[in-house]
Design a protein around this ligand. Structure first.
Ligand code: ADP
Ligand code: MG
Length: 731
């Protein structure tokens, strides 16, 4: 029987490139947000009273009265039913990393037997999905499976259209009955509210009119596209999201001919299609292009308030997966689907904006607003310096471990790039603010800095792409986030550490003011102290280089390469203090997260180990043995017709090499299985994760090395797994 690989390859030539989205030639603005309950639609479907109450609650982050919830539910139902919606769901982001839905229909039967469609405030505000199968890290024993989802009014409801129907989705948080959060959204909302308060307090030094600060996020989503039939012939892609074996193709990314090249027709059709779906859902996608590796692409939206941006990214990943199916493609969101070429990240561009319309990380137009910029800028550096371990933990996952430090992604060392001009600005503050620093010095320094800062714009071009956390002119870009991650993890940490740093900053400045210091001098002095305290985290050079790892070690910066150890940062007294004082997590929640993340790590590595064992035993070795038999027959035949040793030299050599590789693979698969048995007996999650990392994962490399050698030696026709050259070059 022909292998799946060749069937897939045959089908490939017949792929209909005309699977196109319904020709969409209108304006984006005509469809944008058409499936979202926001803006004009709110006005049309809500009473004045309900509208105002919803707006207030969004602005203040407060609860909505029960009576109003009923009215809003009625408005939502009216809007949704007009659009042909039959079901609704609370949409949430459990710690599995994907989104969750449980659909209920509007349809119900009343006591008198009549059928009606209902949706009331209760159904909008709170639901009780059976939560026993979602990770809880020990917060909930399975026998008390109760958890509930609660409406997040700050993220608008939306409608998902699928082939067979339409569903109204209500963004919610997911919490245990005892109150602990079980999802990504609940802690994120708490972090954003802590940041809002702390940032407003600091803004008020400069501008009393500021009453709200919102953190902003613009993510960039990288992904690979692979033909669906080919992907289906790769159990590793299907089950692990990455290839665990595969010989490097003769042509990889060395010609750099894919980056920003013209987009292949098939990928383009897919993009147009998922973009249109995204527009309807209000996801403001803006850019699309080819990335560095073959078949790698990127899309990015216009930035939004963090909570909404996070929802939009989660939604987008889901939309991409679904739309890819229509195009007989598979979208790979894994951080490292292919060895030897670039992996995928999800850069998180982050800043803060005031309700007076100021981007707090954009250099100001006047000396005074520049001091405000400098304050937020330096506080960010200080936050990252003080909590680098938590930043590292926030991006740790089994899949991101393959990417970080892999020569095309930031290393696991957290450092901050600020660019030449701002580096000089920091140096000026450091040298000029001293004990004798008085009002006049302060005025001159402020003016001097102001003269410096406009040059910043030039600095934009001199980007450092190797830094995990880089200032890019009017925002910081956290580049170490993995492509499959929920941005909420990184964003919760970043906004929490920023909130805490600003709180402490305010205290320190206030105490100087109390001692009689003038406000602006107190600010400058505190900033100077922060610059000195955190300058070791600043790094302007090549983050990919060997020298940086050595230099970072000298500076005492942590370089934690693997997830199990990186996660330790979550359970330190420092983390407990930070997260409890900011109200983002209590200690129980922190320990639960730690546990969940360790378990996730173990499960993922375990699945990979099994897939590798399976593939080696029943796909790779049989191909090698069967080709070996062909060689043996050939050797025998040549000898039968009377040819001597010379005639069979090459065949013998190849057969011998194959035998060696077969032996090594077979021995290592056995050894890996035995090692797993030992590791699986461990009951301590941390130790188990460490053992999976240090005792099981090393087998992957050995098995892969020998399998790739076999792939090179074995007759192409007998190799069952689609090769890199087939997977990577999308036709
Ligand atoms: P690059 O690939 O060069 O990093 P892109 O243009 O692809 O740049 O992405 C930049 C991202 O930064 C976009 O998503 C954009 O919306 C976002 N961005 C711009 N300004 C801000 C801001 N103030 N806050 C958050 N994100 C921002
Ligand atoms: Mg970027």
């Amino acid at each position: 029987m022909q292998s799946l690989r060749f069937t897939a390859l045959e089908n490939l030539s017949g792929v209909d490139l005309k699977i196109k989205p319904e020709q969409f030639n209108g304006k984006i603005t005509e469809v944008f947000g058409s499936n979202v309950f926001t803006g004009k639609v709110l006005r049309e479907n809500l009473s004045d009273e309900a509208y105002k109450s919803l707006m207030n609650s969004i602005k203040a982050g407060s609860k909505i009265e029960r009576k109003m919830a009923d009215q809003i539910a009625a408005g939502l139902k009216q809007w949704a039913m007009k659009k042909g919606v039959t079901h609704f769901t609370h949409w949430f982001q459990p710690l599995t990393g994907t989104t969750a839905e449980k659909h209920d229909s509007f349809f119900t039967i009343k006591s008198d037997g009549s059928a009606i469609e209902t949706f009331d405030g209760d159904a909008l505000v709170q639901q009780e999905p059976d939560a026993s199968s979602f990770p809880s890290g020990g917060i909930r024993a399975t026998f008390e499976a109760r958890g509930y989802t609660a409406w997040d009014p700050s993220s608008p409801a939306f409608i998902i259209e699928q082939g067979y129907g339409k569903t109204l989705c209500i963004p919610t948080i997911f919490v245990a009955y005892t109150g602990e959060s079980l999802d990504y959204k609940a802690p994120l909302l708490k972090a954003l509210s802590a940041l809002d308060k702390a940032a407003v307090d600091v803004c008020n030094y400069f501008d009393k009119n500021v009453t709200k600060v919102t953190a902003t996020l613009g993510w960039e989503q990288e992904y690979f596209l692979v033909d669906e039939n080919l992907a289906n012939a790769r159990p590793d892609l299907i089950m692990c999201g990455r290839t665990v074996v595969g010989h490097a193709p003769s042509k990889g990314q060395q010609l750099e001919d894919h980056y920003f090249g013209s987009i292949p027709e098939r990928a383009y059709a897919f993009m147009r299609d998922f973009e249109e779906e995204s527009y309807k859902l209000g996801i403001p996608l803006r850019t699309r292009h080819n990335e560095v590796a073959p078949s790698q692409f990127e899309c990015a939206p216009i930035f939004e308030e963090v909570n909404i941006a996070v929802d939009h990214n989660s939604l987008l990943m889901d939309v991409m997966n679904k739309v890819a199916k229509r195009h007989k493609l598979k979208a790979l969101l894994h951080e490292k689907p292919f060895a030897g070429i670039n992996g995928s990240g999800k850069h998180n561009n982050w800043s803060m904006a005031t309700d007076t319309g100021v981007n707090l990380l954009a250099p100001g137009k006047t000396p005074k607003t520049n001091l405000m910029f400098l304050t937020f800028f330096v506080n960010t550096i200080k936050a990252v310096h003080d909590y680098a371990d938590l930043m590292r933990a926030s991006i740790a996952s089994a899949s991101n471990d393959f990417r970080l430090g892999a020569n095309e992604a930031p290393p696991a060392i957290i450092s901050v790039f600020v660019g030449k001009y701002l580096f000089e600005v920091l140096q000026e503050v450091k040298t000029r603010v001293n004990n004798k620093f008085d009002e006049q010095d302060e005025a001159i320094l402020k003016l001097d800095l102001h003269r410096h800062i406009p040059e910043l714009m030039l600095d934009n071009t001199d980007r450092n792409r190797t830094s995990p956390f880089a200032f890019t002119g009017n925002k910081f870009e956290f580049r170490a986030v993995g492509s499959s991650a929920n941005c909420a993890s990184a964003m919760t940490t970043l906004n929490t550490i920023m909130a805490k740093t600003l709180q402490v900053f305010k205290k320190e400045v206030d105490s100087l003011i109390e001692k009689g210091e003038k406000k602006e001098i107190a600010i400058m002095q505190t900033l100077r102290k922060y610059i000195v305290d955190s300058e070791k985290v600043l790094f302007e050079g090549d983050g990919y280089s060997e020298e940086w790892a050595i230099e970072a070690e000298k500076r005492g910066l942590p370089n934690i390469k693997t997830t199990p150890q990186a996660l330790d940062a979550l359970v330190t007294p420092k983390a407990a203090k930070l997260f409890t004082e900011t109200g983002v997590y209590n200690e129980k929640e922190l320990h639960a997260r730690h546990e969940i993340l360790l378990e996730d790590y173990v499960k993922r590595v375990q699945i990979e180990a099994r897939v590798i064992g399976d593939l080696a035993t029943n796909t790779i070795l049989p191909a090698a043995i069967s080709y070996q038999n062909t060689l043996i027959e050939n050797i025998r035949g040549l000898k039968d017709i009377g040819l001597g040793e010379d005639a069979v030299k090459a065949q013998k050599q190849i057969a011998g090499k194959i035998a060696e590789h077969i032996n090594v693979i077979s021995e290592n698969v056995q050894a890996m299985i035995e090692a797993r048995k030992v590791t699986n007996k461990l009951t301590d999650s941390r130790q188990k994760a460490i053992d999976y990392c240090e005792k099981i994962k090393p087998y992957f490399e050995v098995i892969r090395y020998h399998s790739d050698k076999l792939e090179f030696l074995v007759d192409d026709k007998q190799w069952a797994l689609p090769k890199y050259r087939e997977l990577l070059f999308l036709r």
